[in-house]
Design a protein around this ligand. Structure first.
Ligand SMILES: [Zn+2]
Length: 477
């Protein structure tokens, strides 16, 4: 029997507001423990939360970017549970009436598009953090994170493979980063993912019993954990067992999931509307104002890059994966207007360099203007494309402008036919045996002669001229 996985994802994205969701405490990461706290986020008795308008705006940006319906009225609710990092004994979240419902995200699967429906997006506050002492049997609580704003983005169970889940997460991360509402950092926990996964016999409708996977803190872990869990569930069913609804943790070192606890149901949390907070009312004018302020999003940018610049889909997808990378590409074009060549240099040597040094495009040692100037030098026949790579490496090392490097190092291409002809003649004179062989039919030796000439000119001879002059001499003399 063939089994089909059914996956739904819940993503928590931490919003980049300056202050927390219900108080004025700073959200800055990395402060000494318990310094960014006040009576509100400590949950002391008698205090009143006040909703941060920026949190609502950021959430509306995300809701509109993912084609959700923003509800004219939504509510905050208390999710009751005990944990030492939650001093109030409840988390303020949204439950029955979330701010946004019924959205969608289109993902790209090697050229095919698949639509993933969003069930809802809601706002909530984060809890604190427990730090477990490595050397003593104690845990210390840091409440700087309590009240940091989160949005939770919940899909319908539309994903059918770990690879689709990975593609969805990458797309969602690109969107929050384009919107500049979240830095999308999985490792630091500002973009977290839980996965609901079940399997069912291929071609059947009813959903199998699902498990929830937690602790997935990189794209690679998400895919590996899902692969493992799908196999585990199929094995259990094949052995005549049944799946238990539970929460499982991914262990990245052992490459397996293990049971953490039985899965809670919503009724375990005794949700009820938070009496301290008024219903949130959003009028149409506000929605339209936010809509008008949205930037061009990844899908639209990719389509524009293909249409306006004539780029293949793969190039456009790569260049628009980050807003800053797309901006860099377009900045290059203002100096050198050949989109495909610029794309080749960015997706090839430049990203190779940045990946090797683990840098982002904003930290590129080569500015967009310098890359454009470099390519213009090649187009103007000032340097050969071979020398261009040397100059590229030199810009990365020194930050000097390409023209200066070419002048300082004497790298200007030799386009003087007479000079090249002299070198060609010298090479032919030094290799009479090869010349004989060439004339006897071994025309593959042309490459050898080109190599010799290029070596003699330290790569500076114009390759096209070298080829022409060599052929002329070999075939006429
Ligand atoms: Zn506070």
């Amino acid at each position: 029997m063939h089994f089909e996985p059914v996956i739904g994802l819940e993503v928590h994205a931490q919003l980049k507001t300056k202050t927390k969701i219900f108080c004025n405490c700073s959200t800055t990461f990395g402060a000494p423990p318990n310094t960014h706290t006040c009576p509100v986020c400590l949950g002391l008795p008698g205090v009143l939360p006040v909703l941060n308008k920026k949190v609502v705006e950021f959430t509306m940006r995300m809701a509109l970017a993912t084609h959700c319906n923003i509800q004219p009225e939504s509510r905050f609710a208390r999710k009751n549970y005990f944990y030492p990092d939650l001093p109030k004994g409840y988390q303020i979240s949204q439950y029955e009436l979330p701010i946004a419902v019924d959205g969608r995200v289109d993902i790209d699967l090697n050229g095919d598009s698949k639509r993933i429906r969003l069930n809802r997006i809601h706002m909530e506050e984060d809890a604190g953090k427990l730090n477990h002492a490595p050397d003593r049997p104690v845990s210390m609580v840091d409440l700087n994170r309590t009240g940091v704003p989160l949005i939770e983005i919940v899909t319908e169970p539309d994903l059918r493979s770990p690879e689709q889940a990975g593609a969805y997460l990458r797309q969602l991360r690109a969107i929050v980063r384009y919107l500049q509402i979240c830095d999308g950092n999985l490792e630091e926990g500002s973009f977290r993912c839980d996965a609901n996964v079940s399997v069912r016999p291929q071609g059947t409708e009813p959903l199998g019993t699902r498990t929830e996977l937690k602790n997935l803190n990189s794209f690679r872990h998400v895919e590996k954990a899902l692969h493992y869990e799908i196999e585990r569930q199929i094995d259990v069913i094949a052995d005549g067992g049944s799946i238990v609804q539970e929460t499982r943790l991914w262990d990245a070192e052992k490459n397996r999931t293990f049971s953490m606890r039985g899965k809670e149901e919503a009724h375990d949390y005794r949700y009820f509307p938070d009496p301290d907070l008024l219903p949130l009312v959003i009028d149409k004018a506000w929605i339209e104002q936010i809509r008008a302020s949205l930037p061009e999003l990844p899908d639209a940018k990719k389509a524009r890059f293909m249409e306006r610049y004539g780029l293949p889909a793969a190039d456009a997808r790569r260049l628009t994966s980050e807003r800053e990378l797309a901006d860099y590409f377009e900045a290059c074009l203002t100096t050198f207007d050949n989109p495909k060549q610029v794309s080749n240099w960015i997706t090839g040597p430049l990203l190779g360099l940045l990946n090797a040094e683990n840098r982002s495009i904003e930290q590129s040692p080569i500015s967009a203007a310098h890359l454009g100037q470099l390519l213009q030098l090649v187009a103007d026949n000032v340097i050969s494309s071979k020398i261009a790579k040397t100059v590229f490496d030199e810009i990365a090392r020194t930050g000097k402008p390409p023209k200066q490097i070419v002048a300082d190092k004497g790298l200007v291409q030799i386009t003087d036919s007479a000079a090249i002809e002299t070198t060609v003649q010298a090479v032919l004179d030094q290799n009479p045996g090869e010349v004989e062989a060439y004339k006897g039919g071994k025309t593959k030796l042309l490459g050898f002669f080109v190599g010799q000439v290029m070596q003699a000119t330290r790569g500076k001879a114009n390759p096209k001229l070298v080829n022409e002059i060599l052929k002329k001499k070999l075939e006429t003399s």
